[in-house]
Design a protein around this ligand. Structure first.
Ligand code: ADP
Ligand code: MG
Length: 210
């Protein structure tokens, strides 16, 4: 992939993300079974299958914002419950930050994730340390910003690494938002399901430059 992403590149990346989440279904359910209700993978897979479908129905020649917007509408309306709305917001912000652009730079990518994080927090009220998807999104957004001068390949690899560390860190957190907060002390030692999904999205993103 070149040093700016055009509409074709965005299409490719969104498809990689959908496929990664769909393939992660059982593992995400398993992770959510520890302290949640074992449905995170099913909900995410359903949402991202719908997103894939919506994306595939966007005609060739559509601009980047239209592609991400179609994808976001599938994530949001695909039946993924609480996290469907939150991940939908992440992509919805992507469409907004890409409005009017014919290509995305590494700085644009960083701006997307920073705005996405803000939207997820505005909607869900989770703070860093609450053992949610925010704990992977926030370090990833920071790594995308800090490494945007290095080009997409190393920028996205660094963001993936940061998200994975964020997922690992959720094991030591007590849940402060979402269903798993009812697990109290029992949530210690378990990684967060939504944070794991964020790491999968970044795995898909980084794989576009491998
Ligand atoms: P549900 O809890 O409705 O079953 P899911 O199982 O699909 O939803 O998703 C659970 C994940 O959603 C959690 O692992 C967490 O990362 C994320 N989550 C839940 N509530 C919030 C919130 N208020 N803000 C951010 N993320 C949240
Ligand atoms: Mg659940």
């Amino acid at each position: 992939m070149p040093e700016t992403i055009d509409a074709g590149g965005v299409r490719k990346i969104l498809l990689l993300m959908a496929d990664k989440i769909i393939a992660g279904r059982d593992r995400l359910n398993e992770i959510d079974s520890g302290i949640g209700d074992a449905d995170h993978g099913s909900g995410m897979a359903q949402s991202f299958a719908k997103a894939r479908e919506r994306l595939e129905s966007v005609p060739p020649g559509a601009d980047i914002a239209a592609l991400i917007k179609a994808f976001a509408s599938g994530v949001m309306g695909g039946g993924g419950g609480a996290s469907g709305a939150l991940f939908g917001a992440l992509f919805g912000e992507g469409a907004k930050t890409a409005a009017g652009k014919e290509s995305l730079s590494p700085a644009d990518l960083a701006a997307w994730w920073r705005a996405g994080l803000a939207a997820v927090q505005a909607r869900g009220k989770a703070k860093p340390g609450d053992k949610t998807m925010v704990d992977a999104l926030e370090p990833a957004a920071r790594a995308l910003e800090e490494n945007s001068a290095a080009g997409f390949g190393s920028q996205t690899a660094k963001a993936l690494e940061a998200a994975r560390q964020g997922v690992e860190a959720t094991k030591g957190m007590l849940a402060g938002q979402g269903r798993s907060r009812y697990a109290g002390e029992r949530s210690l030692g378990h990684q967060d399901a939504g944070a794991t999904s964020v790491a999968l999205l970044l795995e898909a993103l980084a794989s576009a430059w491998k």
